[in-house]
Design a binder for this molecule. Structure first.
Ligand code: G1P
Length: 294
């Protein structure tokens, strides 16, 4: 039986240059989709999948992420005094339990592979989940939970993938697919940010992974790859010589909130799903007479 995945790593050290000036003093992971920060969605997804320990690889200017996952007594007392019990309960529900978060720093922006490697001592010799909080997923169950099901069946490493139009392929890691169902098929190759004509498929790596700890020793010596960065995909490609990689073409919808379009679209979709927001939001949208502009 495969060893249970209890730990998830969240790389949150990125500078967020695509969202300047919003991200000059505020981490991009704290940008909100409706009223929840992106990082909270990723933590919720991990929790749903049974994750117990949450490891954040942070950097300078990211202190508020740590504060976000802490108690805030002044605020809680105020909510209590005002009888806002539901808001209080929800705030508490969002928190991982005491002692179940760890924070480490990526001291230099050397790439995703390097960020993951920075978590090695905390993760230890255990399989772990990796969630890139820029990518927001709406799925039932969540994407990581779908991947856990494939992991229980096949073990090894599991990567969530999705199809994208050809024009977007070169912005992502891309996999080659072997035979098998969408819920779990062999990955036979992968490449980071290939030229469109060199991509092995239109299936991209979606930002959710279950990985084995042997990856860390490969990352330690990983030369720089695409964009001059230490790439996770390159180390995974090497690990593939010795270990199984399974792809899961997940059921659900994704929003690349690292891009403005993806982020804005997510806000609209999530707002329209909320019973407390939808009626008022739809009323205001109608007033805008958007049809002229769409
Ligand atoms: C990273 C990964 C890439 C993956 C992407 C998903 O790229 O390196 O393989 O497809 O996340 O968002 P980045 O977005 O950091 O350039």
């Amino acid at each position: 039986m495969s060893k249970r995945v209890r730990t998830a790593v969240f790389p949150v050290a990125g500078l967020g240059t695509r969202f300047l000036p919003a991200t000059k003093a505020m981490p991009k992971e704290m940008l909100t989709v409706v009223d929840r920060p992106l990082i909270q969605y990723a933590v919720d997804e991990a929790r749903e999948a049974g994750i117990e320990h949450f490891v954040f690889v942070t950097g300078r200017n990211k202190g508020v992420i740590e504060d976000h996952f802490d108690r805030q007594f002044e605020l809680e007392t105020t909510l209590e005094t005002r009888g806002k019990n539901q808001a209080l309960e929800e705030l508490r529900k969002d928190l991982p339990s005491a002692g179940r978060t760890s924070f480490t720093r990526q001291q230099e922006p050397l790439g995703l592979g390097h960020a993951v490697w920075c978590a090695r001592d905390i993760v230890g010799d255990n399989p772990f989940a990796l969630l890139l909080p820029d990518m927001l997923f709406k799925g039932e169950p969540g994407v990581l939970k779908q991947m856990m099901d494939a992991y229980e069946e096949r073990g090894g490493n599991v990567i969530a993938v999705e199809e994208v139009p050809e024009s977007e392929i070169s912005s992502y890691g891309v996999v080659a697919r072997g035979d098998g169902p969408d819920s779990g098929f062999p990955i036979t190759g992968m490449v980071e940010k290939p030229k469109r004509e060199e991509a092995p498929s239109n299936l991209i790596i979606s930002g959710r992974y279950i990985l084995q700890p042997e990856l860390f020793s490969l990352l330690a010596d990983q030369p720089r790859g695409a964009g001059g960065e230490i790439q996770l995909t390159d180390a995974m490609q090497t690990l593939m010589h010795n270990q199984r990689f399974t792809g899961v073409k997940y059921r659900g919808q994704s929003f690349d909130c690292g891009s403005k379009i993806g982020f804005l679209t997510a806000n609209v979709v999530y707002a329209l799903e909320r019973d407390d927001i939808r009626p008022g939001f739809v009323r205001e949208l109608r007033k805008l007479d958007l049809e002229d502009q769409l």
